[in-house]
Design a protein around this ligand. Sequence first.
Ligand code: SAH
Ligand code: SF4
Length: 353
Amino acid sequence: MTKPSILDYTREELSREIKPAFRAKQIYNWVYTKYVDDFDGMVNLPKTMREDLADRFTLCPLKLLTKQVSIDGSIKYLFELHDGHTVEVVLLLMRDAQYHEDGVLKHHPRFTICISSQVGCKVGCAFCLTAKGGFMRDLTPGEIVAQVLAIKKDNAIPSNHRVNLVYMGMGEPLDNFDNVVKSSQVFSELDGLAISPHRQTISTSGLSAKILKLGQRDLGVNLAISLHAVDNDLREQLMPINKAYNIESIIEAVKQFPVNARKRVMFEYLVIKDVNDGLDAAKKLIKLLSGIKAKVNLIYFNPYGGTEFQRPDEKDMIAFQEYLTQRGLLCTIRESKGLDISAACGQLREQNQ
Ligand code: SAH
Ligand code: SF4
């Protein structure tokens, strides 16, 4: 049996594990705001307690294997887990730091961290490289939390500097429901990373039953649906999960999901040349999303060796976007961040193997 990680525990759970309970707050502080490397560094804890902690828990369950820096400043990481499996995490630089003329910082850089929830994925989408390697295992809450901690540490991002999180790396988050929910709770702890649920987005291939269950938990997180197709035939070919949960069932589940007054549900639409890039699809999309507080994010398919699918033409992307926005549906085109380091999920891991 491997030891649990201290990162597996919410603040409340930790205060039940460690007595006296106020020590949990101190430990949370050391781990998440001072980025301490080992229990011995927690110098305001009694030595015996530090030894006891080291006996019972591990601290960071990840080892950095490689990283690649993109020309746009995004960084893609590959981490090794205790059993030798590897996961990818991407730090996306959404906006560079901005300075006044005298060199004084005007705006901090803005980061989004794209985290993984499983090693591999069971869903098996036809276009996805993560799916090609099959499914290995779920990540523990601590292994999910550690991704953010390791990246903040590696980039010396100050603890009080806000970051956004997207569960859009490897794996299907709702297929690892309990651990993903737990990680989200740990992320939002005020004595810890303090990443508000409104800054967290869970992306799913559309497990309708789990979308309903997540909605009932009312965590306050944002929801993103990987739609990619507007009719069930095509969606089944691209995403076999559509046989179990079709488009209509997803729309129904989304309608019941609690959405913050200032937010919208994001529908991701991966655009593949000559597959789903026509305006007939855009037209159906308008109809499908009517009555939902939605925004659409068009994503360029990012090709890799061995795939039959192709990147769409820019003019078709723009025509698709204009069709939607002219009819009142919010739509953005995802900048291809980190394209030179193949930032679509599964691609760095593949190279490494
Ligand atoms: N399993 C979840 C979250 C991880 S996938 C989901 O599917 O939503 C995150 C996103 O990466 C998905 O929207 C997926 O469509 C996209 N993606 C997968 N392969 C890609 C590729 N080759 N190019 C661009 N995006 C890709
Ligand atoms: Fe899994 Fe998402 Fe890839 Fe589909 S796109 S195989 S759900 S990780």
